[in-house]
Design a protein around this ligand. Structure first.
Ligand SMILES: C[S@@+](CC[C@H](N)C(=O)[O-])C[C@H]1O[C@@H](n2cnc3c(N)ncnc32)[C@H](O)[C@@H]1O
Ligand SMILES: CC(C)=CCC/C(C)=C/CC/C(C)=C/C(=O)O
Length: 284
């Protein structure tokens, strides 16, 4: 997904959930009196990064990062100022030395379900954090859109463009207890005070035009332009087969309920004295 202009117009689901979760969790976040260094991972067009500022009560520097140079350039063009900037970073790759241990807070909204190597990404988040630093992330555990990808990938008409489809399915989509898996990983990496929730959520797309644009904005597959309408028609047919859409409804003005599971994660990197206690507890 590289189309920042389209994504900025179609990220109402992602924005709504970022706002709802920040409202719910903002009282849990601990801020330094000044010089809070903050990172937003998978910032996309930067509009949610920009929204985040409303929840930072004191002086801060905010860096958004994304694997997509197109997204980063769009975010810098639209949201860069003396406190906020954006840079290219793949959270699954090696970290620049200068970023390690530098951030008091790391956020991520609707990005980590795009990551296959979860442990690598979460270890990177741990290493990005300063001592006593905290992270707050929301991303999809499971969603019908991933089942749609798998059905399309089995269709000979689309299999050529949907190879390795599970590369774009959330790593927790088939998990019965994603929060358990995440907690185990956080503990293994060394996070403390973690709170992991998997929330059953629903979002209503008011009509199929809106749904189509939202689906297109996050579509990771390189479908040829002259085939995209046919691809979308097959996508909508699958929604009917999955009974997410009414079977005989060809009315584009119909709304569609998107039911999904959202992981909401808070965790803290222990300060050195905590680490000592952790070690002593392990020995007992
Ligand atoms: C659905 S968008 C979310 C954007 C924004 N956080 C929001 O809530 O609207 C997911 C973003 O994660 C980025 N992303 C995917 N894999 C990434 C990786 N390995 N490292 C950094 N960003 C990544 C994508 O390029 C995309 O911009
Ligand atoms: C009913 C149905 C399957 C709707 C799909 C809605 C949609 C496009 C959800 C976004 C899924 C996603 C991968 C979001 C993201 O990465 O931000």
């Amino acid at each position: 997904m590289n189309n920042a202009v389209l994504y900025e117009k179609c990220n109402s689901l992602q924005k709504r959930d970022a706002l709802l979760c920040l409202e719910e969790y903002s009282s849990k976040l601990k801020w330094k009196k000044n010089n809070n260094n903050i990172l937003d991972i998978g910032c996309g067009d930067g509009s949610v990064t920009n929204m985040l500022k409303k929840y930072i009560p004191t002086d801060f520097k905010l860096l958004g990062c994304d694997i997509s140079e197109k997204m980063v350039n769009f975010a810098n063009d639209h949201h860069c100022n003396e406190q906020t900037s954006f840079t290219v970073l793949d959270i699954e790759s090696d970290l620049p030395e200068g970023m390690k241990g530098k951030f008091d807070h790391v956020f991520s909204f609707y990005a980590l379900h795009w990551i296959i190597n979860q442990e690598r990404a979460f270890k990177n988040i741990y290493n990005l954090l300063s001592e006593d630093g905290e992270c707050f992330m929301i991303f999809l555990a499971g969603a019908p859109v991933f089942d749609v990808y798998r059905v399309l990938a089995r269709n000979n008409k689309w299999s050529k463009w949907l190879q390795n489809v599970d590369r774009y399915v959330s790593p927790y989509h088939d998990s019965k207890e994603p929060e358990k898996e995440v907690k185990k990983m956080l503990e293994k990496i060394g996070f403390v005070d973690y709170d992991v929730q998997c929330k059953n959520s629903v979002y209503v797309y008011e009509d199929l035009h809106v749904l189509r644009r939202a689906f297109t904005a996050v579509n990771p597959f390189k479908i040829p332009e002259d085939k995209f309408d046919d691809y979308m028609s097959d996508y909508l047919e699958i929604l009917k087969e999955m009974q997410i859409m009414a079977k005989f409804n060809n009315n584009y003005e119909t709304n569609v309920q998107f039911r999904y599971r959202l992981l909401v994660i808070y965790a803290r990197k222990p300060a050195s004295q905590d680490k000592l206690l952790q070690e002593l507890n392990k020995r007992d």
